[in-house]
Design a protein. Sequence first.
Length: 199
Amino acid sequence: MKQLIEQSLTNAKRTLDSFLADPATVSTIAEIAECISESLLSKGKVIIFGNGGSMCDAMHFAEELTGRFRKDRPALPAIAISDPSHITCVANDFGFDEIFARSVSAYAAPQDIVIGISTSGNSPNVIRGIESAQEIGCKTFALLGQSGGKLKGACDFEIIVPGETSDRIQEIHMIILHILVQSIEHTLFYKEDISPAIV
């Protein structure tokens, strides 16, 4: 058992080290945080979605914007597409590939940023959600893994985590999402000697 645990921790560290070895990592996260901040300042919102564990990550990210992260501040508008009644309705009537696209078409506006999470980059419903956002004119961001799959190169921004398994990729995805929330809060509310930009 100890050997299994040590191996898992070593693999997690190796995945993070590999991700950090890319010189573009920090600058890309900074660009995405700036884009989201600008969207929020323009009365836009964040719409985020994924399947399974990635849906849980999307919900986690959204609640930290609408709720709080490290400090109290005004709520920020974010929607994780995760309502089971919506998902089962759309899956039943239009097919599972449309569950995210249908919500995006209902809620998104051109000033919004839409985030799709897929550890493979090949999830048809995530691809359709991104396509729907692009038809509306939203900025799009794909949070991917492995080779990036079909979504590689399809969005305004992308981060591809070079992991081999979904669990290791999702761990880095959550680190990225936490850093984004922290960066957005800092930009909008906590820069020294600057009053909160959103009240």
